[in-house]
Design a protein around this ligand. Structure first.
Ligand SMILES: [Zn+2]
Ligand SMILES: [Zn+2]
Length: 338
């Protein structure tokens, strides 16, 4: 099969990924082989390709928002059948026995493993997934629409929970890409007032189309104080900006796995009055199942930009350059041509 690999991380403009021929992987006991139908592109893939996140394995194949068909069952897998449509997401393994796992925080498991970082992911014709970490997917939604829900959506949903948005609260979204445009739909459906704060005219237009009350620049002040905010842009300079925009008791959740350094915070204006700054680390399977159910109930739809699998590197370059709204989704070249 053909698959993309990161051998030597480097700036994406220098094309650090290579498209190579690899054997179709064999599912280990407890795993399934999955034929990739669609794989959405995540900013984390960019961080791995550029070396912001250290390589966990040589020649890793990125990609952790996969919609695919079960094409093989490893030993002991009984709860899925060949041909089932499943989702393969970022969280791939937790030990289930540590203190964090036992208290329901498997996202903090020190022994956790991740798709497209610790094991080969979906920038390929086939990938594998432990059956216990595969998601069952709703019917009536296309592969391309579903794929971005699997990381952008799930992580965004966890960030929304970490931001402790009160009922009918005022939510600021800093950066309005794949994750934010999905979270915005959930928040609006639940009665929140959403303010988008982002660079790019097209992103602001998309935010307003999806029901945001206002859309301004990332460094602008929102039109009213915020109860909660989520920082999606990987820009530490925005932390004090967002903290100043919070009302008393407000919460800022930083959604990204990677953030540039945060400048010093001014205590009086950026932290006092019990403002809180929180990070978001991965997600639990419970988050994932809950979000997928809400996405169906609220008709959450990803705005997608389809690329043929052979153009994955271009998709990452375009993501970095901010050339599209919503989420890039890779499909096999034959489907892309149709
Ligand atoms: Zn991701
Ligand atoms: Zn654990």
């Amino acid at each position: 099969m053909q698959a993309w690999v990161v051998s030597q991380p480097g700036l994406i403009e220098t094309s650090p990924l290579r498209y190579v021929e690899k054997p179709v992987p064999a599912p280990a006991p407890g795993e399934m082989l999955v034929q990739v139908l669609a794989c959405a592109v995540c900013r984390t893939d960019l961080h791995i390709s550029e070396g912001d996140l250290p390589l966990h394995r040589e020649h890793i194949t990125p990609g952790h928002m996969v919609v695919g068909l079960v094409a093989g069952l490893g030993e002991g897998v009984t709860d899925h059948a060949l041909g089932d449509r499943v989702g393969v997401a970022w969280l791939r393994y937790t030990d289930g026995t540590c203190a964090y796992c036992r208290r329901g925080n498997e996202n903090l498991c020190p022994n956790s493993l991740y798709t497209g970082w610790d094991a080969d992911g979906g920038y390929a014709e086939y990938t594998t997934v432990p059956a216990a970490f595969a998601y069952r997917l709703p019917t009536g939604v296309t592969d391309v629409e579903l794929a971005p829900l699997l990381c952008a959506g799930i992580i965004g949903y966890r960030a929304l929970q970490r931001a402790s948005l009160p009922d009918h609260g005022r939510l600021g979204l800093y950066g309005f890409g794949d994750s934010a445009h999905l979270v915005a739909q959930v928040a609006v459906a639940q009665g929140a007032t959403v303010h988008a704060l982002t660079r790019g005219e097209a992103s602001r237009r998309l935010a307003l189309e999806l029901g945001a009350t206002s859309a301004g620049g990332a460094y602008d002040s929102p039109p009213e104080p915020l109860d909660s905010a989520i920082l999606f842009a990987p820009v530490g300079d925005l932390v004090p900006v967002a903290m100043r925009a919070l009302d008393r008791g407000g919460v800022l959740a930083v959604a990204g796995i990677h953030l540039s350094d945060i400048p010093p915070l001014k205590y009086q204006t950026e932290l006092f009055y019990e403002k809180q700054l929180r990070s978001v680390t991965s997600n639990t399977r419970h988050d994932g199942r809950e979000f997928l159910a809400l996405a169906v109930r609220y008709h959450v739809r990803a705005t997608t930009h389809v690329y043929p699998m052979s153009q994955a590197q271009q998709a990452l370059q375009d993501l970095k350059a901010g050339l599209f709204d919503g989420a890039a989704v890779l499909v096999n070249d034959r489907d892309a041509a149709q």
